[in-house]
Ligand binder design. Structure first.
Ligand SMILES: C[S@@+](CC[C@H](N)C(=O)[O-])C[C@H]1O[C@@H](n2cnc3c(N)ncnc32)[C@H](O)[C@@H]1O
Length: 227
């Protein structure tokens, strides 16, 4: 398990996010030219209805949770990195913030009408179990949105590789805790493509799965309904 392989033990992932918490939001804005906020808004709009109880798992510094709250959701954010969670809490004091593990969610079955995960499932040690946990805590008919970085095909692929494999790690090396930005491209490389992720969501108990991609296929948004 190494940064370069894109596979880290859960404890190492947690420590890594705790270290990069102070620069996390700024790096997101720089790496995506600010588009990340738009992707999170579209993810929230896809699954959150006003009044829904919403779980934002792997909430990090809370930007997707904020988008869900703007849609009228009653939001619970969960993350296992306390420094990320602390920033989220400051951003949206009215939400419920829980330190916990996606792989063992501390909620009863059927606790939420909607669940979102933004750029989180790529980091979990057991993706199938994470998806099954999301299904368990949703009511039947509840909606899930998974926003994740993916690997584009076609013309954009060489530019993406240059940006993601060379420039992002270089930017990261200039920052405190920057090893995370070497881990980032490696973790994307080992993550299933959009079709395969849709299949795993179906196996976890979701139906009506669809996905769309953004920014020439760099980011994918999967949605589904709990059955
Ligand atoms: C790339 S950040 C994404 C944060 C946020 N969702 C966003 O949209 O920016 C990934 C987050 O997932 C959290 N995480 C990774 N594995 C987790 C797990 N098993 N349980 C809870 N949180 C986890 C990390 O601590 C980190 O804050």
């Amino acid at each position: 398990m190494t940064v370069e392989s894109g596979v880290l033990a859960p404890d190492a992932v947690r420590r890594m996010f705790d270290r990069i918490a102070p620069v996390y939001d700024a790096m997101n804005r720089v790496m995506t030219a600010g588009l990340d906020l738009r992707w999170r808004r579209i993810a929230a709009e896809a699954v959150v209805h006003p009044g829904d109880r919403v779980l934002d798992a792997c909430c990090g510094t809370g930007d997707l949770a904020v988008a869900c709250a703007r849609r009228g959701g009653v939001v619970t954010g969960l993350d296992f990195a306390p420094a990320m969670l602390e920033r989220a809490r400051r951003k949206l004091p009215s939400a419920t913030w829980v330190e916990g593990d996606l792989l063992a969610l501390p909620f009863e079955a059927g606790s939420f009408e909607a669940a979102t995960v933004g750029f989180g499932v790529r980091n979990v040690a057991d993706l199938e179990r994470g998806l099954a946990e999301l299904r368990r805590v949703l009511v039947t008919g509840g909606r899930v949105a998974v926003l994740e970085i993916t690997q584009p095909r076609g013309m954009l692929a060489p530019f993406y590789r240059l940006w993601f494999d060379r420039i992002v790690p270089l930017l990261g090396r200039m920052l405190r805790g920057g090893a995370a930005y070497t881990y980032l491209p490696a973790s994307v490389r080992r993550f299933p493509g959009p079709g395969e992720l849709a299949g795993l969501m179906a196996s976890a108990g979701f139906a009506d799965i669809s996905y769309r991609t953004f920014a020439g296929g760099i980011v994918a948004l999967h949605t589904g309904r709990a059955v």
